[in-house]
Design a protein. Structure first.
Length: 73
């Protein structure tokens, strides 16, 4: 009985993770396409493949740019 419950639990977790990964990939693809066709910098397309430090550097630059725009308003 316990083995059956463990197997079912494992399969459900696997199914949920698989669904979340597909949803995340679809969402990222949509965002990449919106970035590509807009006036946004194409630098952000594929950002999910960068290292954590590279993403942090881009985030920091975006925050600085937003602060400059806010200060100029």
């Amino acid at each position: 009985m316990n083995t059956g419950t463990t197997i079912i639990t494992f399969l459900m977790v696997f199914l949920i993770q698989n669904t979340q990964n597909r949803d995340g990939t679809a969402l990222q693809t949509k965002l990449d396409e919106l970035t590509r066709v807009s006036n946004a910098k194409n630098l952000f397309v594929g950002i999910e493949h960068l290292t954590e430090s590279e993403v942090e550097e881009i985030r920091r630059k975006c925050e600085e740019a937003a602060k400059r725009v806010e200060a100029g308003s």
